[in-house]
Write a protein that binds this ligand. Structure first.
Ligand SMILES: [Zn+2]
Ligand SMILES: [Zn+2]
Length: 275
């Protein structure tokens, strides 16, 4: 049984209203013994201002809020203090800021995720107009590879192919042909493996009506084939009810690939947990 959810958000993220404690209590109710909050830090997100920062939070306040909870609930669950960093190619300035944050604060777990393309968020349908899904995905994966070559201070690569969730109906199915992206995907995997970085299994795909988590099975199998061993699992839940969603189905799918456990991170050190 999967008992760790290592990708969740609370109200330190611009897109969540959940208090940190409500997330901890929600996790305990679901039988989770290791919860990691990984709030969004997408530096210089388009439209952000000093007065109204988007997808940024005050890290000192975050530790002040989470550290007492970590203590208060330690008998029931391990509360990891994590962060989801938004990776951007060609932004050495942001890479330096992120690196400094991780030097100044002792996080348990760091996700590296790509959310933006061409300084725009493909979450919004307007991004897809007059373009093909294949071209957008190909740009997404190659930007991801560039970012990973430029910045490696993270523990697990977040939701590798999550962009397919947002493919609008007029751009075709919410899917992609793996071999069309294999070359760049292979490079991403080889880089992760050589640097001992994990690949995240993000179960939100199953919640959004897709047949699989992210990345899809064919893609995950290639990671394993190339020698990838480290995986972390997260629901990407932004409210207590979404914690650990679809973990049962996820475990079955992972077992079908020959996987029999996962890794949890404490103070950024991976520890293997069998199902
Ligand atoms: Zn994300
Ligand atoms: Zn997230």
């Amino acid at each position: 049984m999967i008992k760790a959810d290592q990708h969740t958000h609370c109200n330190f993220s611009s897109d969540s209203d959940a208090s940190p404690e409500s997330m901890v209590v929600g996790a305990i109710e679901k039988g989770i013994t290791h919860l990691c909050l990984t709030d969004h830090m997408d530096l210089d997100y388009p439209g952000t201002t000093k007065e109204e920062p988007l997808f940024e939070f005050n890290v000192a306040d975050y530790f002040t809020a989470l550290t007492p909870l970590k203590e208060a609930y330690r008998d029931k669950l391990y509360l990891g203090i994590g962060i989801e960093l938004g990776l951007r190619p060609g932004r050495e300035d942001l890479n330096q800021q992120m690196h400094k944050l991780l030097t100044d604060y002792s996080f348990d777990f760091v996700l590296g995720s790509v959310h933006l393309l061409d300084n725009d968020d493909p979450y919004y349908e307007s991004y897809w107009q007059n373009r093909t899904a294949k071209d957008i995905l190909s740009k997404y994966f190659s930007d991801m590879l560039t970012s990973l070559k430029e910045y490696d201070n993270f523990d697990s690569l977040g939701h590798l192919d999550y962009l397919i969730r947002y493919i609008p109906p007029y751009c075709g199915e919410k899917d992609y042909i793996f071999r069309e992206h294999q070359e760049v995907m292979d490079e991403i995997f080889k880089l992760l493996i050589s640097k001992d970085k994990a690949l995240e299994i993000n179960t939100a795909g199953l919640i959004k009506g897709l047949p699989c988590f992210h990345p899809k099975l064919e893609t995950l199998k290639r990671y394993l084939e190339l020698g990838g061993k480290l995986i972390s699992i997260g629901s990407d839940g932004h409210s207590p009810d979404k914690i650990a969603t679809k973990f049962k189905e996820t475990e079955e799918l992972l077992r079908s690939c020959g996987i029999s456990g996962y890794y949890v991170y404490k103070k950024r050190i991976p520890e293997y947990i069998p199902f």
